[in-house]
Design a protein around this ligand. Structure first.
Ligand SMILES: *Cc1c(COP(=O)(O)O)cnc(C)c1O
Length: 397
């Protein structure tokens, strides 16, 4: 299947069709190849595959047809040259850092990134001589001031979790390139269905496929997308060597997820906007965080940069932790879990879960109040989600 042909296809078509390889059985759905290795016709062919003279599969730590189909499809959706699939979102971030950084290098990262990414940077990369400076996501002067001659990567998520702060990707890409750094965007919250970071100058896109790419809470996986040299060679080289590989079964589940990604992200956005607007008018709710609301500080930017506002809504409750826990415990439909990006709506209390490792001062600085509740809005009928939260709000009052 030629890549030129893929480029002509619209997003929805790419999501369903790119990368499919049919075997002689003529199957309609993509085949799963649960094999660790591959058989060569003869010794000469084995040698040619190993030397790279001849393309073809060798060993499933780094070549598997089902995984490759997923990689080609996600690359085509993001508009990147190459994709390397990984065992998890965290191993996608680790592989990127291991492939592109060395001792003495420096990262500037948004303060509002996934907690485990902070732990990876602060507790592990630091041990190998890679330092990280954390800055407020939307303080562009702070980003600029934090860059040193050793800085190699600027790293961010937008919108942020859980407060949905939105950063100007094009502006940060320009800053990164002016200082000879790469811009890495974790596009987990929007997915390529709602936000296309490469079009805004981003160099590398990271995914936790566990979230919306799967979209149904089944498998853990991740991906790195970018150019042929950095991702196709460097990140792939690390994966081949260290082996945080995506399994073929998981790749197949994610492929099925990609086929409905566009529809799901639009539906998540529609439900979330309706819920956010409703929450703004509920007694006891002092503030709602959602980029689709006119009251959101970066509403205009989100409107320009995204083609939908996503499924994550957060709100502050009067009454602090006690009220938040009462609300959460009174829900019956919504799942109490810190996971997100599922067809099923989930609810969490960031101050005592995802952000529980921070000190109270760090939480205050990050804007994570004791009364903050985060909802990952699923695909149930929004009226049922409202009813469940109304019961919670009643219990909290
Ligand atoms: C979940 C998540 C990750 C980590 O992905 P795993 O698949 O859990 O390893 C990274 N970034 C963001 C924004 C996430 O939400």
């Amino acid at each position: 299947m030629s890549h030129d042909k893929n480029k002509d296809w619209a997003f929805a078509t790419r999501a369903v069709r790119v990368g499919q390889v049919r075997t002689n059985e003529g199957e309609q759905s993509e085949p799963i190849f649960p094999t660790s290795s591959y058989v060569f016709k003869n010794a000469a062919e084995a040698a040619a595959r190993f030397s790279g003279e001849k393309p073809g599969n060798i060993y499933s730590r780094f070549t598997n047809p089902t995984v490759r189909t997923f990689e080609e499809r996600l690359a085509a959706l993001e508009g990147g040259e190459k994709c390397v699939a990984t065992a998890s979102g965290m191993s996608a971030i680790l592989a990127t850092c291991m492939a592109l950084l060395k001792a003495g290098d420096h990262i500037v990262a948004s303060r509002a990134i996934f907690g485990t990414t902070v732990v990876l940077f602060q507790n592990y990369l630091a041990r190998f001589g890679v330092a990280t400076t954390f800055v407020p996501l939307t303080d562009y002067a702070a980003w600029e001031a934090a860059i040193t001659p050793n800085t190699k990567l600027l790293f961010l998520e937008t919108p942020s979790n859980p407060l949905t702060e939105t950063a100007d990707i094009a502006r940060l890409a320009e800053l990164a390139h002016a200082r000879e750094c790469l811009l890495v965007v974790d596009n987990c919250f929007c997915t390529p269905a709602l936000q296309q970071p490469f079009k805004l100058g981003t160099d590398i896109v990271i995914h936790s496929a566990t979230k919306y790419l799967d979209g149904q809470g089944r498998c853990v996986g991740g991906a790195v997308v970018g150019d042929a040299e950095r991702v196709g060679k460097e990140v792939f080289g690390f994966l081949r060597t260290a082996g945080p590989t995506m399994s073929p079964f998981n790749a197949w589940v994610f492929l099925k997820g990609l086929e409905t990604l566009n529809l799901r992200m639009q539906a998540h956005s529609t439900n979330a906007l309706a819920l956010a607007k409703w929450l703004e008018n509920q007694p006891g709710v002092t503030r709602v965080y959602y980029p689709g609301l006119a009251s959101h500080p970066q509403h205009a930017l989100a409107k320009r940069q995204q083609s939908g506002f996503g499924g994550i809504v957060a709100f502050d409750l009067d009454g602090g932790k006690e009220a938040a826990w009462k609300l959460i415990d009174a829900t019956r439909l919504i799942s109490i879990t810190a996971n997100l990006g599922d067809t099923k709506t989930t609810i969490t209390h960031p101050a005592t879960t995802t952000h529980g490792r921070l000190t109270p001062e760090q939480r205050a600085e990050a804007g994570i109040g004791d009364g903050l509740v985060r909802v990952s809005v699923g695909l149930e009928d929004v009226e049922d989600i409202k009813k469940d939260l109304a019961r919670g709000l009643g219990a909290a009052a």
